[in-house]
Design a protein around this ligand. Structure first.
Ligand code: FPP
Length: 211
């Protein structure tokens, strides 16, 4: 969800205003995707690298996660089940504050009965950390080392392969996101910053799966 900062700067606003607009855009995208034939929507909310951003910006982004995870009524109305991938809270080096942990747990619990789209938020997520951890766990288990067994040790082994990866704001990079899961994904690049991502863009991204 790139381009929140640039979206704000262009309007003479602080970067945090861009992230707030990004959270609204995400709520819109979740609604729009859940009304289409999307079974899984996975978003990169906060990376393992994002902790290095200025403290006030980190605090603001964490607050926005709490806000998103607090949209329970809306999520339930749209039959959306919340899910999360990222560094486990009990792992050494985990920095996720308790209030974010609680917001994540509550959102998962309060939407667990929904049967529609699965919204997975990647928070404190990095693909290399995920794969390294999976490799260590697989080696420890003593099972054969092969792709099927490695898959079993990902943060969420039940996530299906990605059909389309969306990257906004003219960035033509992957940035350590779902490296295992995007094996055969189509990629939808758009110049638009994330706060301006709308249903027309979503339809164009989904259309890539049809050809
Ligand atoms: C990247 O844009 C965006 C982020 C690091 C934060 C993403 C967070 C949100 C969209 C807020 C809501 C999301 C959730 C899951 C609650 P950038 O800051 O790098 O912008 P720039 O590339 O223009 O500098």
């Amino acid at each position: 969800m790139d381009g929140n900062g640039r979206w704000a700067s262009k309007r003479g606003l602080p970067r945090t205003a861009g992230h707030s607009a990004g959270e609204e855009s995400l709520a819109d995208a979740v609604r729009a995707a859940s009304k289409r034939d999307v079974d899984y929507l996975t978003v990169f909310g906060f990376s393992t690298e994002n902790w290095a951003r200025p403290r006030a910006e980190v605090r603001h982004i964490l607050g926005l996660h709490k806000k998103l995870f607090g949209r329970i009524e809306e999520l339930n109305e749209n039959n959306v089940r919340v899910n999360w991938i990222g560094r486990p809270f009990d792992e050494p080096g985990s920095r996720t504050p308790v209030y974010v942990q609680r917001a994540i747990r509550n959102a998962i619990e309060d939407t667990a009965k929904n049967t529609g789209m699965v919204l997975t938020v990647a928070f404190d997520y990095g693909s290399r950390s995920e794969l390294t951890r999976a490799a260590i766990q697989l080696a420890k288990s003593g099972a054969d080392i092969n792709p099927e067994n490695l898959q079993k040790h990902l943060y969420d082994p039940s996530l299906p392969p990605v059909d389309v990866l969306v990257r906004t704001s003219g960035e033509l990079r992957i940035s350590n996101f779902l490296l295992w899961q995007i094996k055969s994904a189509k990629i939808y690049f758009t110049e638009r910053p994330w706060p301006d991502f709308d249903a027309i863009e979503l339809d164009a991204a989904i259309a890539l799966t049809k050809n």
